[in-house]
Ligand binder design. Structure first.
Ligand SMILES: Cc1ncc(COP(=O)(O)O)c(C=O)c1O
Length: 415
């Protein structure tokens, strides 16, 4: 399944691009599988698997030794760190920290930051976020005796309005954590605008951005944003399971990390506990090279905008389908190609199961965005069905998915 009309948006023809992914060729009951599960973890090109295998078969060692495999390991980590800094536009590679996953890195950072918070300080989180960008901060606030305030999203269109933030920012605000894109409904808030307001009204606050769902779909520029910290996960952008934390060097240097005594005193080493997954770090480097080879994040974003518009336009033909979030194709740039939907009369898991049986892979439930499901009143319906397109998906897959939804909507749920 190729998209000749849109092949120009990426720098390789779409059919060739898809052929780089061994998993995409699978079938379910004689029909091509449609991978719309990307927000939970994207598929992986062969080059990433080969890089991981090459590391383990040739370079496998711990770091810092006076022998060739250890030196190659040091070089692999240094090169992946430099490439990741370039990917996020960080000022230096020492601002990039690797870890098991984003959640673990953020818990570690929250613990270190909380040592600087005092009773009466204020912390802001949102109701649009994945819980990995809520609970690390609320537990740290509890430990420090700080007050937690919540920036609520508008349930009508699942957007975070800057006016809502204005009402929360004070000179006691010490930390604010919010998302670059919602993993449940796809909304991209005005992150740069929000950070400008934080700097103006709460100059003493640090800003943490969850870019886990944003990085697979859009360029990320930590310097243009002027955030203090930002997190993302390689397995969401065609890499292996690995967490990445960006922090401004001054913060990573100044804060006291929880670490064992003989490990590095300076960033990034002081934040990297234990032995890293060097094979995953090698795979990350290959994933970044892959993204560059198909045109880079600007072009991936352009291609995906076409998928967003096509889905929103075609979805109008599905009776009783609700897309929770932005639905105006003219505002396609304010969302990712991730659609949180409900179909009247259907429980989310029943609908996902019907699609799964047809070879269309979608997630259902809360995806750890528990407050989103709560505020949308969807707890009793099994949450949302999440239809998540990635740049390897095609327009034909949009049409097939809409067709399947339409048929299920017309048929109604089984008794
Ligand atoms: C938006 C968002 N933030 C954070 C996370 C947590 O990432 P990790 O699985 O690397 O801990 C996820 C994972 O699904 C996510 O989608």
């Amino acid at each position: 399944m190729t998209s000749p009309a849109l092949a120009g948006a990426l720098s390789v023809p779409h059919g060739e691009l898809r052929a780089l992914f061994p998993s995409l060729g699978q079938q379910v009951d004689g029909r091509d599988a449609v991978f719309l599960d990307g927000p939970g973890g994207t598929q992986v090109p062969l080059s990433v698997m080969e890089a991981m295998s090459a590391y383990l078969s040739r370079d496998n060692a711990n770091t810092g030794g006076s022998f060739i495999t250890s030196q190659r390991t040091d070089a692999a980590v240094a090169s992946a760190r430099a490439e990741t800094a370039r990917f996020l536009n960080a000022a230096r590679s020492e601002e990039i920290v690797f870890g098991q996953n984003s959640t673990s890195l953020w818990f570690a950072l929250s613990r270190a930051l909380a040592r600087t918070w005092r009773a009466g300080d204020e912390i802001i989180v949102t109701s649009l976020d994945h819980d990995a960008n809520i609970t690390p901060w609320t537990l740290a606030a509890r430990d420090a005796g700080a007050t937690v305030r919540t920036w609520e999203f508008r349930t009508e269109d699942c957007t975070l309005r800057l006016e809502g933030l204005d009402a929360l920012l004070t000179d006691r605000t010490r930390h604010i954590a919010f998302t670059h894109a919602s993993n449940a409904v796809g909304t991209i808030p005005d992150v740069a605008g929000a950070i400008r307001r934080v700097r103006a009204k709460s100059p003493g606050a640090t800003v943490f951005i969850d870019a886990v769902h944003h990085t697979p779909h859009n360029p990320v520029d930590v310097r243009a944003l002027d955030c203090d910290f930002l997190g993302c996960s390689a397995y969401k952008f065609c890499g292996p399971h690995l967490g990445i934390l960006y922090g401004k060097y001054e913060h990573l240097d100044r804060l006291e990390a929880y670490k064992v005594r003989p490990s590095y005193a300076k960033p990034p080493g002081k934040w990297e506990t234990g032995t890293q997954s060097f094979e995953s770090i090698s795979g990350l480097r290959a994933a970044l090279a892959y993204l560059e080879s198909v045109g880079g994040m600007e072009r991936i974003h352009e291609y995906e905008l076409g998928l967003v518009r096509a889905f929103l336009e075609q979805a109008r033909a599905v009776p009783d389908l609700t897309i929770h979030g932005l639905t105006d194709p003219a505002r396609a740039g304010e969302r990712t190609p991730t659609f949180g939907v409900t179909l009247e009369g259907w429980n989310a898991s029943a609908l996902a199961a019907q699609l799964g049986a047809q070879g269309i892979f979608v997630w259902d439930g809360h995806f750890y965005a528990v407050d989103v499901i709560d505020r949308l009143g969807l707890k009793d319906r099994g949450g949302l069905v999440r239809i998540g397109f990635a740049h390897y998906n095609t327009h034909e897959e949009v049409t097939r998915t809409i067709g399947a939804l339409k048929e299920l909507a017309e048929r109604g749920p089984a008794a």
